[in-house]
Design a protein around this ligand. Structure first.
Ligand SMILES: Cc1cc2nc3c(=O)[nH]c(=O)nc-3n(C[C@H](O)[C@H](O)[C@H](O)COP(=O)(O)OP(=O)(O)OC[C@H]3O[C@@H](n4cnc5c(N)ncnc54)[C@H](O)[C@@H]3O)c2cc1C
Length: 427
């Protein structure tokens, strides 16, 4: 094999697809069978749509029944709010709307496209160890299949696309822990009141809630809290999810059927008395998929390359879901990885970290500004009053669209990371 890709999410499938189309022999393994679910808010900006188009899967995605999303509404801890629209953000958006789409559909579409392009895809295979050659360079992996039977694959280069907590990053000694340790509880809920084409982010004093339409009357509702608070969820993620929502007054009554109904108790009583039914829902909310839990997502890598391997997507670095766009970063990273590997594979001899240095530089050029904006927002949330004031200023001064374009990857981050913008945001 020329390339072994470990992980079949957007980063792995995107890399495998591109390299296969360039004529390289690619094997991709994933421990899951697709379609598989993934805890994610399932929101994609117009720039992610551009990446999907570049991979040739946009028609399939457009026909898959997701929801068009036109921007983001952010509500601060003290009630300030901003709305940013993609269409008004400037830059060069691919189109005016992004997409809310279940990861079961998105990831399976990408994996199938990689297979159609010629990649050998092995599902239900878990990579457990990296293999090394005599010089210590990575040259493959050893793992187990769905029945626990051992297997091994060798390749000239290994791509670690195995997500947060990447085995490849850990075994290669590239893993590093970050500071903001957060855990997410993600549900699919039907019948959320007031659901629109604008994504919602509600920031509280201890975490935040994201709400996205996914099409078909279903919303993705994600609660993200610091790891120390999430510890209380042990054994009852669903109960914890609903309890946390009670801390978000602008969300809870719209999402939780029980609370909505008890708020409307008088109305319901008279409704039922007058009409004799229909009987209203009982139980908490309308969960249409169990609550999925992930985190703490404090993982990142020291470097994205080592002799014989590179990292891509969340395995290389994780973007906090608040600024979203991990899927976009994974797909852009896949394009950069494929370019670098295509060049490296043309030459004979080992594929060393030195040979892959162009990939590190390209990632830095592509992501540095976004990393800075993400850290600014992430740490800003730790100071609720300041965060609220910034939201109020951004909205009042017409600066919100730009920020949404930056977090959506299609407006240069340096439009936000400059003294003028930052000063107007706070003072
Ligand atoms: C709560 C939350 C909300 C988010 N919301 C958004 C959002 O709205 N929009 C957005 O763009 N991004 C969002 N993200 C980020 C996004 O989910 C990730 O950035 C994206 O999935 C990264 O893709 P990836 O391919 O790198 O990793 P993944 O999608 O995680 O794929 C990794 C794959 O590797 C496989 N794997 C792992 N270990 C092994 C192993 N040892 N052997 C074999 N296979 C293995 C896994 O089964 C998995 O299929 C969110 C993330 C979280 C946690």
């Amino acid at each position: 094999m020329d390339v072994l890709v470990i992980g079949g999410g957007p980063a792995g499938s995107g890399t495998a697809l591109r390299l296969s189309r360039l004529g390289h022999r690619v094997a991709l393994i994933d421990r899951d069978h697709f379609p598989r679910d993934k805890p994610c808010s399932e929101y994609m900006s117009p720039e992610t749509v551009r990446q999907l188009d570049a991979l040739g899967v946009l028609d399939a995605i457009d026909q898959a029944g997701g929801a068009p999303l036109d921007g983001t509404r952010v509500v601060g801890p003290c009630g300030s709010a901003l709305v940013g629209r993609f269409a008004n953000a400037g830059g060069t958006p691919f189109r005016a709307t992004g997409i809310g789409l279940k990861r079961t559909i998105l990831d399976a579409t990408l994996l199938h496209a990689a297979r159609d392009a010629g990649a050998q895809v092995y599902e239900g295979m878990t990579a457990r160890e990296l293999s090394r050659d005599g010089a210590g360079a990575i040259c493959g992996m050893r793992g187990t299949d769905a029945h626990g039977e051992p297997f091994a694959i060798s390749a000239r280069v290994v791509v670690g696309a195995d997500g947060i907590g990447s085995m490849v990053a850990r075994r290669a000694g590239l893993h590093r822990r970050g500071r903001l340790r957060r855990v997410a509880f993600v549900a699919h809920v039907a019948g959320v009141e007031g659901l629109s084409s604008t994504t919602e982010l509600h920031v509280g004093r201890n975490g935040y809630v994201g709400i996205n339409a996914l099409g078909g009357g279903v919303a993705n509702v994600a609660v993200v809290v610091p790891a120390e608070i999430a510890a209380a969820a042990r054994g009852d993620a669903t109960g914890f999810f609903w309890k946390q929502l009670e801390n978000f007054p602008a969300v809870r009554d719209r999402v939780d059927a029980t609370l909505a109904l008890s708020a409307a108790r008088g109305l319901r009583a008279s409704h039922e008395a007058n009409t004799g039914g229909p009987s209203l829902r009982s139980g908490r909310g309308n969960l249409v998929r169990p609550v999925l839990v992930t985190g703490p997502f404090d993982a990142m890598s020291r470097r994205s390359t080592i002799d014989g391997a590179l990292l891509v997507g969340d395995a290389a670095d994780f973007f906090d879901p608040f600024t979203g766009e991990g899927i976009c970063s994974a797909l852009r990273g896949a394009a950069l990885a494929a370019d670098a590997l295509d060049e490296a594979l043309q030459c004979s001899g080992p594929i060393t970290a030195h040979r892959l240095r162009g990939y590190r530089a390209a990632r830095r050029r592509a992501f540095l500004g976004k990393w800075i904006v993400e850290r600014m927002i992430g740490y800003g949330m730790l100071a609720p009053a300041l965060f609220d004031r910034a939201i109020e200023r951004l909205d009042r001064r017409g600066m919100a669209d730009t920020l949404i374009g930056v977090t959506g990857h299609f407006v240069s981050p340096w439009r936000v990371i400059n003294p003028g913008y930052l000063a107007r945001m706070v003072w």
